[in-house]
Design a protein. Structure first.
Length: 398
């Protein structure tokens, strides 16, 4: 793998003239295709219509009387799972790659939209339509940067494919669902991951340089349920940094404006969501939204062990205290951050309560961001479920 700082040669972002969402664009790739024609309705940052798309996709919108649904979206079931034989080099245990491979091998789909990396830079995304298990495996592990996954949409049409699996994050899937009927497919499956705090390639470099002891050898990282960032390095070692020790003052502007304005953390419009944040440490979190999602999960039964999801602790006080701390860019000295991490890991929220902690912290922060920077968008852009979540907390007036 070539040196990481070759990201400097990476393609510059496309001119905003081809990006109607301008600085809010998350580079989902739609505008690289002739489907740009539908951008006004499809772009997650121009028209928020998650409830309507939920009805079209899952036959109903989320039940706002159920706390689990306003947090985690329409679902039939939630489970914790892990592969009994994990895929080496996957982000977690490789459930996403395994489902995709199984679907291809069984002929359920003819191709899989996923994202590999460029030869020069392990973190520079290269979306592809995979047609072999090897190509799917080569796309394993997160490219923790904005990725134009939908830029391959025209190739689907040209290839004549009729059955497709798309793997992607919330903003990509909202645009995909809006143009789904135009793609000429007989069957579309969508396998989503949760997503939050994404960055441009330059932003990623700043995060690595500010946070890791060896930025050039990082192969992947994750903000884990034990309140630490875990960096995996080329030599197989793991470095952990407590959340509370992050240099918040320097990192405040590192996240892309799209991601500071995003309220689809849990990928509401996927058929099946595979993440980790609602599961105990070391396990993956599976949310089946509809029958297609269950069909995909059924393929894994002899490859995974499962256990019920659990919930423990009370997040609310910790979230309330984090709001002004984040706003003021407070950074704790490392000894205090480590101590705080140990205490909160022992008594803090776990399982689904950890997921709610993460959703609450991000939605309150993002709500303030939109209110301050795009006040004219606030009312229409923030979905009802997110308004309900934010209203549980006291936010600064301005
Ligand atoms: P693998 O088998 O390793 O497969 C990973 C798949 O992700 C690949 O198929 C690849 O095509 C796809 N992918 C990689 N990068 C991107 C990208 N930039 N855009 C779209 N697709 C991509 N889960 C949580 O529970 N909480 C979070 O806060 C959270 N944040 C995330 C942020 C990002 C940017 C991404 C991409 C994922 C995030 N996830 C989060 C999901 C989680 O990190 C794992 O990806 C998921 O659990 C699947 O693990 P796996 O081992 O099964 O995946
Ligand atoms: Fe176009 Fe996607 Fe950017 Fe919206 S987020 S402007 S649809 S590329
Ligand atoms: Fe898209 Fe939201 Fe992820 Fe940003 S945080 S890449 S806007 S899904």
């Amino acid at each position: 793998m070539a040196a990481i700082d070759s990201h400097k040669k990476a393609k510059a972002l496309k001119p905003t003239s081809r990006r109607p969402a301008k600085e809010l664009c998350s580079e989902c790739g739609l505008c690289d295709t002739h489907y740009i024609h539908y951008v006004k309705d499809a772009c997650a940052f121009l028209t928020q219509h998650i409830a309507e798309l939920e009805e079209e996709t899952h036959d109903r919108s989320r039940n706002l009387d159920s706390e689990d649904e306003w947090y985690f979206g329409v679902h039939q079931s939630m489970t914790a799972a892990r592969k009994t034989e994990p895929i080496a080099g996957a982000q977690w245990t490789g459930i996403v790659s395994s489902i995709a491979i199984e679907m291809l091998n069984r002929g359920m789909v003819e191709g899989v939209v996923c994202v590999q990396n460029t030869e020069e830079d392990r973190f520079q995304p290269k979306p592809i339509i995979a047609r072999t298990p090897e190509e799917i495996l080569a796309a394993r592990v997160n490219k923790p940067t904005l990725s134009p996954n939908l830029s391959v949409l025209e190739q689907i049409e040209q290839s004549g494919m009729k059955r497709l699996l798309v793997i992607g994050v919330g903003c990509q899937i909202q645009a995909l669902r809006t143009v789904e009927k135009q793609l000429g497919l007989e069957k579309l499956y969508v396998l989503g991951t949760p997503c939050v705090d994404n960055v441009t390639r330059a932003g990623l470099q700043k995060f690595l340089d500010t946070t890791s002891r060896s930025p050039s050898t990082v192969v992947s990282y994750e903000f884990m349920q034990d309140f630490r960032v875990h960096f995996k390095h080329e030599d197989g070692s793991t470095e952990t940094v407590p959340f509370f020790g992050l240099k918040t003052n320097q990192l405040k502007d590192v996240f892309a404006p799209s991601c500071m304005s995003c309220f689809d953390y849990v990928n509401s419009l996927a058929d099946l969501v595979v993440g980790y944040m609602g599961a105990p440490f070391g396990w993956q979190w599976l949310v089946v939204r509809n029958d297609r999602g269950q069909e995909m999960l059924d393929l894994m039964q002899d490859q995974i062990e499962t256990k019920p999801v659990m919930s423990q602790g009370d997040r609310k006080e910790a979230v309330q205290q984090s709001i002004p701390a984040y706003d003021k860019g407070v950074t704790l000295p490392m000894w205090a951050a480590k101590l705080m991490g140990v205490v909160i890991e022992r008594i803090g929220p776990k399982g689904l309560e950890y997921a709610r902690f993460s959703i609450d912290s991000h939605f309150t922060r993002n709500y303030l961001y939109v209110k301050r920077n795009y006040p004219e968008k606030l009312e229409a852009h923030v979905p009802e479920y997110a308004k309900r979540i934010v209203s549980q907390y006291k936010l600064p007036e301005k």
